[in-house]
Every structure is written in C-alpha cells, then in structure tokens.
Design a protein. Structure first.
Length: 161
C-alpha cells in the first residue's frame, strides 16, 4: 500500500484494485452462482438445477443395475425353490391334486416345478428385465431432457457439512 500526502498534510491509504473473475479478454464478470448466503459459520448451501441428464450414462448405469437385479431374481428363485422343496410343499400339492382329480390325471405338478425349469424361467425373467429396464431408463432420460428444456429442470439445494 502506498500513502499520498494530502493538502492538509495527513496521509491517506490507497486501497488496491479488487481482483475480478473476468477473463483476460476483457469480457464481463462471471455471473453469480445460486449460492444461498449463510449466517455465521454454518454449512454452505448451494442451489442447483439439474437441467440435463446424459442418456448414454443413464443407459450404462441402468444396464449395470438391471443386471444386478436380474442376478438377484435368479438367486431369489433358487432360494425359494430350495426352501419350498425342503418343506415338501411340491409333493403335498401333487398329492392334493391327485386326490382331487384322481390317479389317472395327466397333470403332474412335480414336472412343472422342477429345479431346472424354475431356474430357466427365472433366468428368462432376468434377461427380459435387463432389456426392459435399460430401455425404459434411457427413454426416461430423453423424456427428462425434453421436459427440463421446457420447465427448467429439477432444483436441488446441496449443503456442505
């Protein structure tokens, strides 16, 4: 800081020129952020708007999550099948059907609920789940981008704790 004498002989202090955040090209200063001022030393809060979602990243994330859900479907079907088989539920249902319909019935419950058919059906449901969830999430991202362009997106307030 420099001092300059005044006409009365008293010294005054010059303040340095404040730094700007404008680029060197001489453009105007940056716009202010959506930061909400805080009182005291509390956490900072920032208000943001999610105005666009990248459909490619949504598709990748939805694919990985739907693969995980498909694996959980297959594992859950196996656990349920082993639980019901160990409780002899399938044989009791088969005995009930033979008592009601008769012994000459071509209906064999145990053939329909075999382990291989149950796991195959659960795998088929898991594969269909992967395709449907991935496609629906990607279409949802495209639709969100269209709607967000019209209304401005979703506003979110984030805090720094």
């Amino acid at each position: 800081m420099t001092t300059t004498p005044t006409a009365a002989g008293a010294a005054t202090t010059e303040r340095p020129v404040p730094r700007t955040t404008a680029p060197v090209t001489g453009a105007t200063a940056r716009p202010t952020t959506g930061r909400i001022p805080t009182i005291g030393g509390g956490p900072r809060r920032v208000r943001l708007a999610i105005s666009r979602v990248d459909p490619w990243s949504v598709m990748k994330l939805a694919f990985l999550l739907s693969v995980a859900i498909g694996i959980m479907i297959v594992v859950a079907a196996i656990v349920v099948w082993f639980t019901l088989d160990s409780l002899h539920v399938f044989t009791q249902i088969d005995d009930l059907v033979t008592q009601v319909v008769g012994t000459e019935s071509p209906l064999d419950i145990l053939a329909y609920v075999s382990f291989e058919k149950t796991v195959s059906a659960a795998t088929l449901v898991g594969v269909i789940d992967v395709f449907l969830l991935t496609a629906l999430a990607t279409i949802g991202a495209f639709l969100y981008n269209i709607v967000a362009a019209l209304v401005g997106g979703v506003h979110v307030t984030m805090t720094d704790e």
